[in-house]
Ligand binder design. Sequence first.
Ligand code: ZN
Length: 97
Amino acid sequence: MGPSPVPQESAAARPTVVRARNERIASSARRHRFDRDARVPFLCECSDDRCGELLRLTLEEYAVARDGADHLVAPGHQVDGARIVRVKESCWMYRAR
Ligand SMILES: [Zn+2]
């Protein structure tokens, strides 16, 4: 729990909004046949409205992470009202409660 100047409503909404953008990034990368080993820049889905961190994951890593979690964030970032389910070097994964 850190200090949070962000109103409750927008803090809850950001991870969901960013998640939808990441899904579009992933389908766009698939359409353009990104190389298997290429790292695609995804947006951190944390609750901090000022966050501009990028997660660089291959499409495979993204698919696996997406499958096991509701939100993917940069290491150390937080999703309000969610719990961490997995910690990796490339990203932390949160599950909505
Ligand atoms: Zn973040």
